[in-house]
Design a protein around this ligand. Structure first.
Ligand code: BDR
Ligand code: CA
Length: 320
C-alpha cells in the first residue's frame, strides 16, 4: 500500500524537485499539496504549486491548498537563491485555481478523513501545520507522522548565525508544532547540508523531452549560478529533497530521540532550535531527529527517483 502523504511546500527549487519525485513515486499517494509562504510570498507559493502540478500533470492530481501570511508576516524570503519567482525566474503558465481552500483546511480535512494514516512532509515554514493544529486541537494525535525540513542541532544556521530558514520565517509556529503531541521527525541542516549536488546533476536528470526533465533543466541552472554568486560553491543544496528521501528511504538515515524547542525572540537567536543535551536532561523527548545518513546511497536513491519520474511523465508539452 502506498504511503498517504500531504506535501506542504514553499516552492522554492528544492521544494519543486521534491514534488517532481513525490508525485510519480509508486511508494507514495500524494493526497494534497499545500502552499506556504517562505522562499516566496504566500501568493507566489500558491501560484507555483498550481503551476508545477499543471506542468507535471501527474496521473492523479492532488488537492491544492492556498497559502496566506503568518500573523507575524514573513521576515525574510529566499529569492536570492531561488530566483525572483522562487523557480529560477522561469515563467510557468498557470490556469486559475479551481478550489480556493486554505492550506490548513485541506490539511485538517485529509487527516480527519484518514486518521493516523497520513504523513505530512513539511518543507517550508510551519505556518500551515500550526494553524491546522490550532483549528482542530485533536489533529496532532491523528497525524501518522510529521516530517519537518528545518532547524539545526550543532551546525550554524543558514539565514542568521543561529537560525535555519524555515524556522526563522515563522518561529512561533515552529515552536507550537514542536511542542505539539504529534509524532515528528526533524531533518535538520546538519544532515541536509551534507548533500551538495555538483553540476554533473544536470547530466543525470531525465531527458528534457519529459515533463520532469523539461522542468528541472529550466529551474536548476539558475540555482547553480546563485550558489556560485552567494557562496562561491560549485554545487547546490537540495535540503527538501533530502527530507523527502528520509520519508521514502528511512533505512538510509539514523535518527535519535531528542528534546527540542525553538527560540521565538532574541536579537541574535530568533528561530534557533535549542535541544536539551545535558547529561541529565530536564526536558522530555518530543521528536526524532535525523542525525546521520548513508549519503552516497541517499544521492543514488534521489537520482533513481528522479529517473523514475522522468519515465512516468508524459512528454514535455513545450516540446516542438
Ligand atoms: C530550507 O530553506 C529553504 O530555502 C529551502 O527550500 C528549505 O526548505 C532549508 O533551510
Ligand atoms: Ca522549502
Amino acid at each position: 500500500m502506498p504511503k498517504k502523504v500531504i506535501l506542504d511546500l514553499d516552492p522554492g527549487i528544492d521544494d519543486a524537485m521534491a514534488l517532481c519525485m513525490a508525485l510519480f513515486d509508486p511508494r507514495l499517494d500524494v493526497l494534497a499539496v499545500t502552499a506556504v509562504g517562505g522562499n516566496v510570498s504566500p501568493q507566489i507559493a500558491t501560484r507555483n504549486v498550481q503551476a508545477l502540478i499543471e506542468q507535471l500533470d501527474p496521473p492523479r492530481w492532488p488537492r491544492v491548498g492556498v497559502a496566506s501570511y503568518a500573523d507575524t508576516g514573513l521576515p525574510v524570503d529566499g529569492r536570492h537563491l531561488h530566483g525572483i519567482d522562487g523557480l529560477g525566474g522561469v515563467h510557468l503558465d498557470v490556469a486559475e485555481l479551481r478550489t480556493r481552500h486554505p492550506s490548513e483546511k485541506i490539511i485538517c480535512d485529509e487527516i480527519r478523513a484518514n486518521p493516523e494514516e497520513v504523513t505530512i512532509i513539511a518543507l517550508g515554514p510551519l505556518t500551515n501545520i500550526a494553524r491546522a493544529f490550532q483549528r482542530d486541537p485533536e489533529l496532532p494525535s491523528l497525524v501518522g507522522r510529521l516530517a519537518i525540513s528545518g532547524g539545526t542541532v550543532a551546525v550554524p544556521g543558514n539565514v542568521t548565525p543561529a537560525a535555519e530558514f524555515n524556522f526563522y520565517c515563522d518561529p512561533e509556529s515552529a515552536r507550537a508544532v514542536l511542542r505539539s503531541p504529534c509524532t515528528k521527525t526533524l531533518v535538520p541542516l546538519d544532515v541536509t547540508n551534507r548533500v551538495v549536488m555538483s553540476l554533473d546533476l544536470l547530466n543525470q536528470l531525465p531527458p528534457e523531452t519529459t515533463k520532469v526533465g523539461g522542468l528541472l533543466h529550466q529551474i536548476l541552472p539558475p540555482a547553480f549560478r546563485a550558489y556560485r554568486q552567494q557562496f562561491g560553491l560549485e554545487g547546490i543544496h537540495v535540503h527538501d529533497s533530502v527530507t523527502l528521501m528520509a520519508v521514502m528511504n528511512p533505512e538510509l538515515f539514523t535518527a535519535k530521540e531528542m528534546a527540542g524547542d525553538v527560540e521565538t525572540r532574541g536579537d541574535l537567536t530568533m528561530g534557533a532550535t535549542v535541544f536539551d543535551r545535558r547529561r541529565v536532561p530536564a526536558w522530555r523527548f518530543n521528536l526524532e531527529v535525523a542525525v546521520d545518513m548513508q549519503k552516497d546511497d541517499v544521492v543514488r536513491e534521489l537520482l533513481a527517483s528522479l529517473a523514475n519520474s522522468g519515465r512516468r511523465t508524459g512528454r514535455n508539452r513545450f516540446e516542438v
